[in-house]
Write a new protein. Structure first.
Length: 227
């Protein structure tokens, strides 16, 4: 009986020592391997509830302080031949090059230092979204002639976060987190009609959007042990 108690106690001590992985390191570097995100609305895009999947599109740097970590994070997405329906599903079709990136500063707080660590946090930052392409008519009854367009959005974000980390080794963790971007942006739209006059028009807006990011999954490496 005493031997069983001794073995059980040793196991608890080992698990406890392993569980303190994050708290024993000053810095963490992370890479987002997979992300599912909702992009800002472009022009009068109809399928704004759709999500895009991204691979190896972002990273995180963390400064660990007990159960609190300060973080710098960002993502970059670029897609050629990005297409969407504009105005309505049968009105116009837009096709062009899309880029979307962000840089954020924030914090996260662990609920514990067990092997499985839930956490919450928030990021504040800057996001930019740019589309350059052509818009063609789908409906012959449409009054709009084909045109080229450049649409850009730049603004600030507030991003609440919920996440989960699993420590798979002393200096390695796998993480998954969900977030929502509250995005206030300044938007500029430029169009050039494909007619004899090449009629050019400009429009400017200030817009607020909430963009859901259902999941990001990645890996973190913990560096520089605390004394």
């Amino acid at each position: 009986m005493n031997r069983i108690i001794l073995i059980f106690t040793s196991l608890l001590i080992s698990v406890s020592a392993f569980a303190q992985v994050d708290g024993n390191y000053n810095y963490s570097l992370g890479v987002k391997g997979y992300s599912m995100m909702q992009l800002p609305k472009i022009l009068q895009q109809t399928n704004t509830d759709d999500y895009v999947t991204m691979w190896l599109n972002g990273g995180i740097i963390k400064i660990n302080d007990n159960q609190m970590a300060f973080r710098i994070s960002g993502h970059y997405f670029n897609k050629k031949d990005f297409t969407f329906n504009n105005q309505c599903d049968n009105c116009e079709n837009a096709k062009g090059n899309l880029s979307d990136y962000s840089i954020k500063l924030g914090f996260e707080k662990n609920f514990n230092y067990s092997i499985v660590q839930p956490y919450f946090g928030a990021d504040f930052g800057f996001r930019s979204n740019n589309f350059r392409g052509d818009v063609a008519r789908l409906n012959a009854a449409s009054l709009n002639s084909p045109y080229s367009t450049v649409a850009s959005k730049n603004g600030g974000t507030l991003t609440p976060i919920l996440g989960l980390k699993i420590n798979v080794a002393n200096q390695v963790s796998i993480f998954a987190e969900s977030s929502i971007d509250f995005y206030y942006s300044y938007e500029r739209q430029e169009t050039v009609q494909n007619d004899a006059n090449s009629t050019r028009t400009f429009a400017k807006y200030s817009k607020f959007e909430s963009l859901l990011n259902p999941v990001s999954v990645g890996i973190q490496i913990h560096l520089v042990g605390k004394n």
